[in-house]
Design a protein around this ligand. Structure first.
Ligand SMILES: [Zn+2]
Length: 481
């Protein structure tokens, strides 16, 4: 039975690989069929979706006409939004209060977790086990430097990859849960060592394990890289690839890490609501959307599509694999820019060129017209030009004072004055040069404070109340990023 599971997993991963090179319209057709099935299922089995999708015939609709959804709505209507009768909000909340349930499927069927709540209220997530299997199969087939071939499948059966996953302490948060719920079929291919950035013996255990694959947050990669730079840890030559999840790496840090780790770096972009949304591309540094299993719409504030090459205000996510908790045109406040050209790597799936944080990561400034939200992009474009920096942090101390904290790459020197000039130049374009002050601090190390994820954007100014409807400072029209 076990071997059968493994072969089945290998076959699934191999089939998924084929989609990468299909023409775009064929992939869209697959997605369209899956969307139709999802809508029918949601409408028939969930009261919430039945009401919400009333008036949209399942066989005749345009995606952009369907209603959007959001986290508050899904939490307020949690039980009614699910398509199954055996999961209740109260029960899974109780289940997750008991840490001994980590890694155990709820009712033997569902992987349960919750988002961090850094965006306000956390969302409870219920995923059938198949969606976790899909995540691993996509990683195996599309997230690799060496595309999976039949001989690769056999090779990994004989000699499993050694995957080190370094995250925060285990918990019911989505990226941790994915590894807790790894499907049996994948276990013959992947030997997982689960570590926490807080483990005192992290470096020793990494060295002993000799990972072929390493998955971590960017801030954790910084820690591991510092140890490699100081000669305390060697990952060459066994390491074959590094996957950076959940936080972004600066391009120069990615390049430097590829060199010192001796392996390509892949940036994956996903969220608890759809962990398998993309696989990183080491050729472009971007991310390919798994468009046969998820639909990502980049839109403006009014949900109108934004052309490729331009940053959206948010994205609308549709997860085509999770039929238990439908996620349909679900709003996520990430600022995403799609690439305008096909990728050189040969993968035809849509390519995300850049992600510029979340729209909830904002600063607040006072203007003649009252309080306005200022997006950190204005500063990020300037610090992005400081090519000697490993990492940065932007802090707003009060309505008019900011600090750009920069950690240099090893052996590099950051010119603070040059960085400040670049920042002032950006402020000038917005007409804010005389109103706001930004200081540059060069620091030895930027790292998370406790068991929190690293915060690049820190706003110490009190957030206006939710109903104040604060307007954003608009980008100048002649703004060239
Ligand atoms: Zn690519």
């Amino acid at each position: 039975m076990h071997l059968w599971h493994s072969l089945e997993f290998g076959a699934k991963a191999y089939a998924l690989k084929q989609v990468k090179t299909k023409p775009r319209d064929e992939v869209e057709k697959i997605a369209r069929e899956r969307l139709q099935t999802l809508l029918e299922h949601a409408r028939e089995n969930s009261q919430f979706w039945h009401d919400k999708l009333a008036g949209f015939p399942a066989d005749r609709f345009e995606l952009r006409d369907l209603p959007t959804s959001n986290k508050c709505e899904l939490m307020e209507n949690f039980d009614a939004s699910l398509t199954v009768d055996d999961v209740r909000r109260h029960d899974i909340e109780g289940y997750m209060d008991d840490e001994s349930n980590l890694g155990k499927l709820f009712h033997g069927k569902y992987a349960v977790s919750h988002t961090s709540g850094s965006q306000g209220q956390p969302l409870l997530l219920v995923q059938p086990q198949e969606t976790i299997e899909l995540l691993f199969a996509l990683q195996a087939s599309r997230g690799h430097a060496n595309a999976l071939s039949v001989s690769e499948v056999v090779k990994h059966l004989l000699s499993p990859v050694r995957l080190a996953v370094v995250l925060l302490q285990p918990g019911f948060y989505p990226s941790s849960c994915a590894f807790e719920y790894m499907p049996d079929g994948a276990k013959d291919y992947i030997d997982v060592l689960r570590l926490s950035v807080e483990d005192d013996d992290l470096l020793e255990r990494l060295a002993d394990f000799r990972p072929t694959h390493l998955t971590a947050y960017a801030s954790v990669l910084h820690e591991i890289a510092r140890a490699v730079e100081d000669g305390k840890l060697t990952l060459k030559p066994s390491l074959e690839e590094v996957v950076n999840i959940s936080e972004r790496l600066m391009p120069q840090a990615r390049e430097h890490y590829a060199e010192i780790f001796g392996a390509p770096i892949f940036d994956d972009y996903g969220m608890g609501e759809c962990l398998f949304l993309t696989n990183g591309c080491s050729t472009s540094g971007g991310m390919h959307v798994n468009a046969d299993w998820a639909i990502l719409e980049v839109v403006d504030e009014h949900n109108r599509p934004v052309p490729d090459g331009a940053p959206g205000a948010k994205v609308l996510l549709t997860n085509l694999a999770n039929h238990v908790q439908p996620i349909i045109r679900y709003e996520v406040g990430d600022v995403v820019t799609m690439a305008t050209k096909p990728c050189d790597c040969g993968n035809n799936l849509p390519l995300i060129a850049r992600i510029e944080g979340r729209d909830s990561d904002v600063f607040y400034i006072e203007t003649e017209d009252g309080t306005r939200a200022l997006q950190p992009t204005i500063f990020e474009l300037a610090v992005g030009r400081v090519l000697e920096a490993r990492e940065y942090q932007l802090v707003q101390d009060d309505p008019t004072h900011f600090r750009a904290r920069l950690e240099p790459l090893p052996g590099k020197k950051v010119d603070a004055q040059r960085a400040k000039d670049a920042l002032d130049e950006e402020l000038h374009k917005y007409g804010l040069r005389d109103k706001l002050h930004v200081d540059v601090e060069i620091v030895d190390r930027l790292a998370p404070n406790s068991d929190q994820k690293f915060k690049r954007i820190v706003c110490k100014v009190k957030k206006p109340s939710a109903d104040a409807k604060v307007k954003k400072i608009e980008q100048p029209t002649d703004y060239a990023a």
